[in-house]
Design a protein around this ligand. Structure first.
Ligand code: 1CP
Length: 364
């Protein structure tokens, strides 16, 4: 038995057995429709809640063996078609020198939010080195998955990270961060540029560590409109896709597909389809047929989503119907099933199985 340290040092990974998601992305037909769930490793799982009683949130993220263990929890319980590394989007602000606390029941809190003249204090040098623990968790998890399913790495998008850094946590309106866009547009671009550079190297590092797909979460896209999204998000998202592709190619790594999930940004799907991401995540407010129509300019694009996370509160038979209706609307080609946002902490664990089984039973 190799030790954890030996495993982290090795890139000799077990062969992938379930490649449904990668097949769909390559334009091939899988035997069954693939399904995974955003935030599948976290809070709704009783095993995770027990785990959290014993370990601090960021301690789990920073300890490769703990992060690996949590990543595997939902894979042991359900027949999911992908794993996603246990971490958080806020590890980037943390690596840039900002304090981030995880408050029970509240979520992330940054006690000293970024000010307009605070940008030069962000510690960009060494940020990726300080995030090395994410790469180690990914490498270890690739080994421990034994090729069962592919492993996602992820990052927050520039605009979403900017929002948390300025607001100091979650916000109902994001008006402090949006104020920057209107009143301090030069500094906004400066910050977004800086974050983009870090995100590119962070995602490349995850690819080198063994991530097989990379997802960018733009969870706060819904606070912008098409014009603002075009100015303050799309150019950076495009640069991330292009640069990650180039930098991975330089390291002789095959192209690792990327997913963009811009929550609540159905208004910009046409634009998103031109950025070079292989997969676009669709949130639960967007109609599947309209999403297909919006991205029709790019025939190869794969859509991922979009069951309302609250549908998991429905009785099993109704949940199955919602799932089938959604699949019918998306069509079975170029499609990865998921929720239309992260699973809620009080989701019914049995219904997760109903959902996964309904997807796998769907005839294709
Ligand atoms: O599968 C998983 O749950 C594990 C990985 C994971 C991911 C992909 C976590 C662990 N966080 C994330 C991404 C993340 N974090 C996003 C993007 C996805 C989304 O939109 O849901 C966002 C916006 C965050 C920020 C965050 N972290 C929030 C939201 C706060 C708000 O604005 O309302 C919260 C509550 C967290 C804490 C968190 N992150 C992850 C877990 C398991 C938790 C719960 C905290 C705990 O256990 O104490």
């Amino acid at each position: 038995m190799a030790s954890t340290t030996e495993l982290i040092a090795s890139r000799n990974f077990p062969t992938l057995k379930n490649d449904r998601i990668l097949k769909v992305i390559r334009g091939e037909l899988p035997d069954k429709l693939p399904v995974w769930i955003m935030r599948q490793a976290g809070r709704y799982l009783p095993e995770f809640q027990d785990f959290r009683k014993k370990h601090d949130f960021f301690k789990i993220c920073q300890s490769p063996s703990l992060a690996c263990e949590v990543t595997l929890l939902p894979i042991r319980r359900y027949d999911l078609d992908a794993a996603i590394i246990f971490s958080d989007i806020l590890v980037i602000p943390q690596a840039l020198g900002m304090e981030v606390k995880m408050e029970p029941g509240l979520g992330p809190v940054l006690p000293h939010p970024l000010t307009v003249d605070g940008i030069p204090d962000l510690k960009v040098d060494g940020a990726i080195q300080r995030l090395k623990y994410v790469g180690e968790a990914i490498t270890l998890t690739r080994h421990k998955l034994e090729g069962k399913v592919p492993l996602f790495g992820f990052s927050g998008a520039p605009w979403t990270l900017m929002g948390y850094m300025i607001e100091g946590g979650g916000s109902k309106t994001l008006s402090k961060a949006k104020k920057w866009l209107y009143a301090h547009s030069k500094e906004s671009h400066q910050l977004l540029e800086l974050l983009t550079d870090v995100i590119i190297d962070y995602l490349v590092m995850q690819g080198e560590a063994g991530a097989q797909i990379l997802q960018v979460f733009d969870s706060s896209a819904e606070y912008l409109n098409r014009g603002l999204y075009r100015e303050f998000a799309l150019p950076y998202l495009k640069r991330i896709r292009e640069q990650v592709r180039l930098k991975l190619a330089d390291k002789n790594l095959e192209n690792i597909p990327m997913v963009l999930f811009a929550k609540g940004a159905g208004f910009s799907l046409r634009d998103q389809a031109q950025l070079g991401y292989e997969v676009l995540g669709i949130d639960w407010t967007t109609d599947p047929a309209e999403a297909r129509e919006a991205v029709s300019c790019n025939k190869n694009i794969v859509l991922q989503g979009n069951l309302d996370p609250c549908a998991l509160y429905a009785p099993p038979a109704a949940l199955k119907n919602y799932t089938n209706t959604m699949i019918k609307q998306f069509g079975t080609k170029n499609y990865i099933v998921n929720l239309g946002h992260g699973i809620y902490p009080d989701a019914n664990v049995d219904n997760v199985e109903v959902f996964v089984n309904a997807v796998h039973e769907y005839p294709i």
